[in-house]
Design a binder for this molecule. Structure first.
Ligand SMILES: O=C(O)CCC(=O)C(=O)O
Ligand SMILES: [Fe+2]
Length: 311
């Protein structure tokens, strides 16, 4: 299995619109990637490697602080958005049958002006970098959703109209900065990974990686390594989109293993989880009843309960 690489230049962020002919060819390429593999690399999106590096660098400065300084920004500590903020090491289990994942993350889930952000010393631009990157990813995601609807012969608005509130507290879309610290494999718990096997919850995910380490499960059930292509963004279909398209687009399991014994390297990634508006009703777009309608907000809450353990 190979992850197709698609040139998005015709509809990159600096282009106002895309010509019909190019929309048609992008649709054909993306449809085949999302139907067969569930993943695609996008080149020439307009989001540059410098932008990515900037967000990764400032995120790393946040993660390298002692836990006491990160604690005030903990996820669940923000009244208007329970998903915003810092998640400490081993807190989340993306595969609930494994020990906690060996990663930390910072979720930018709310852009409300009254949110408290890390801002001391070298973190002065933290808020600015995270929020401007969030908005860049939003623009690209909306373009992708338009092409995806077109590729299935649907009304071009069908996905877009359910993603009108990205960046507000009525939509769960999240920019997640991930940091995988060095691992001492002898100390790791049995079965522990950097990120357990899972599929993503929402509509699509944009993933930016600093290095290799991600694996994707093929149809035959084996996990294969995903390359890291500088400047290219890895896009994958998430579970709600699979339901929405009655399994035409597939949401595929993926994971990040521990590094090889003796490798004390770190790893970083940025995941932009695109989520429909909380109140949007996701109904099979082919008119079938393959899956019962579900609102995106209720579905997301249920999935969070699984990965954080029900209390
Ligand atoms: O860090 C990565 O490369 C993947 C992370 C991931 O799949 C996730 O957080 O959903
Ligand atoms: Fe994921």
């Amino acid at each position: 299995m190979n992850i197709p690489v698609v040139d998005f230049g015709a509809y990159r962020l600096s282009e106002k619109d895309v010509a019909d002919e190019q929309l048609q060819s992008l649709s054909t390429e993306l449809k085949s990637a999302f139907t067969d593999v569930g993943f695609a690399f996008l080149r020439n999106t307009g989001i540059t490697q410098e932008e990515v590096d900037c967000v990764m660098d400032i995120s790393k400065k946040f993660f390298l602080q002692p836990d006491e300084l990160k604690q005030p920004f903990s996820r669940k500590g923000f009244v208007n958005n329970p998903n915003h903020g810092w998640v400490s090491l081993e807190t989340e289990r993306l595969n609930p049958r494994r020990p906690g994942d060996l990663k930390e993350s910072f979720n930018t889930a709310s852009l409300r002006p009254d949110i408290k952000w890390p801002s001391s010393g070298s973190l002065k631009s933290f808020q600015e970098f995270q929020t401007s990157f969030f908005l860049r990813c939003k623009e690209l995601s909306l373009r992708l959703l338009r092409v995806m609807a077109h590729s299935l012969g649907l009304n071009p608005e069908v996905f877009l109209s359910a993603h009108r509130l990205i960046g507000t507290d009525k939509n769960g879309t999240t920019l997640r900065s991930l940091y995988y610290p060095p691992v001492n494999c002898e100390k790791a718990k049995e079965g522990q990974l950097r990120c357990g096997e899972h599929s993503d919850y929402g509509s699509i995910t944009l993933l930016f990686q600093s290095s290799e380490g991600l694996q994707v499960r093929t149809r035959s059930g084996e996990f294969i390594p995903v390359p890291c292509i500088p400047g290219a963004i890895l896009i994958n279909i998430a579970d709600l989109m699979q339901r929405w398209t009655s399994d035409q687009f597939i949401s595929v399991l993926h994971r990040v293993l521990l590094p090889p014994v003796g490798d004390s390297g770190t790893r970083q990634s940025l995941a932009y989880f695109v989520q429909p508006d909380d109140e949007a009703l996701v109904t099979c777009c082919d008119g079938s009843n393959k899956y019962p309608p579900v609102t995106a907000g209720a579905y997301l809450t249920e999935r969070f309960n699984e990965s954080y353990g029900r209390s």
